[in-house]
Write a protein that binds this ligand. Sequence first.
Ligand code: FAD
Length: 292
Amino acid sequence: MRSALSTLELVRPRSLAAALGALHDSTGSERLTPLAGGTDLFVYLNAGSFAGRRFLDLTPLADLRGIRMRQGGVTIGALATFRAIRTHPDLRRRFPALVAAAAEVGAWQIQARATLAGNIANASPAGDSLPVLLAHDAVVRARSVGGERAIEFARLFRGYRDLDLAPDELITAIELPDPPRGAIPFFRKVGTRRAQSISKVVLCGVAALDRKGALEHVRIAFGSVAPVPLRARHVEIELEGRKPGRATAAALRDALANDIAPIDDIRSDRDYRMAVAGNLIEQFLRAVQGSR
Ligand SMILES: Cc1cc2nc3c(=O)[nH]c(=O)nc-3n(C[C@H](O)[C@H](O)[C@H](O)COP(=O)(O)OP(=O)(O)OC[C@H]3O[C@@H](n4cnc5c(N)ncnc54)[C@H](O)[C@@H]3O)c2cc1C
C-alpha cells in the first residue's frame, strides 16, 4: 500500500554540520533517511515498500553541490544531477563515458532530479553510473560528525545492496582522476529497448595503447551481471600488454566466465547476459583499435 505523505516528516538542515548532527542523533524508528532527488525513494514510498518516516532533505546543502574540474581530475558534488553531468562541457571532453551514462539514466525528467550520489547510495547493481565510476578509479568522499573519509569506489560495495557506508554518513562528493593521456573511454548499456529501460548489461571500459599498439591501463567494469558492480579482473589481465586485435574471443570469454556470475531474473537470463557481456568487450576493443 502507498505510504501516506501526511505521515512523513521532512527535516531541512541549514548547513552540512546541522545535517550531519541531525543524522547522527536520529536512531531506531526515528532514523532520518537522506533525501536527494527522491527518484528512488519516491518509488519505494509509492510502492509502500519503505519503512522510514523521517527524511533529511539534502537539497539546501550548498556544500554538496557543484562540479569542480581541477588539475588531474574532477570533484563532483553529491547533489550533481545527471542533467548537470550530461550538459557539462568539460565533463563531455574529459569524462565522456560518465556523460554517456548520465544520458542513459531514465528520461530528461529523471535526469533533472536524479543525483550521482543517490545512484551510488541506492546501491542497485544496475545503477548506470556505477561501472563508469569503477572503470575510472573513482573515490567517494563520505562525512559524518566524526570527520571525513575517502573510500575507493572499488571497495564500497560489500555485497548485494550493502555499502561500506554508516547510517550517519553522507556522501559529500565523488572524485575521478583523469585517465592517462590517450586513454579511450567506452560506455554501453544494453536494455530491453534503446531508451528508458533498466539495464540487462552495462559495460564501461577504459584503455590506452602504448607506442607499440599494445593495451595498457585496461579497466573493464560491468553492471547488472552480479550482485554488485564489478571489475572484470581476469579479462583485464588477459588483455593487458596485448594488441586489441590479438585477443581471441575464446580466451576472453573464458576469462569473463571467471569474473561474472549473471543470474536469471525478470529482465534477462544468465546465458544472454554472458553472451552480451562478451560482445560488449569485443565492441570496446574495436573502439580502442579504431582510435589509432
Ligand atoms: C522512471 C525512473 C527511471 C529510472 N531510470 C534509471 C536508469 O535508467 N538508470 C539508473 O541507474 N537509475 C534509474 N533510475 C533510478 C534513479 O533515478 C537513480 O538511482 C538516481 O540516481 C537516484 O538519485 P536520487 O538523487 O533521486 O536519490 P534518492 O531517491 O533521493 O535517494 C536514493 C538513495 O540514496 C540515499 N542518498 C541520496 N543521497 C545521498 C548522500 N549524499 N549520501 C548518502 N546517501 C544518499 C538515499 O537515502 C536513498 O537511500 C530511475 C528511476 C525512475 C523513477
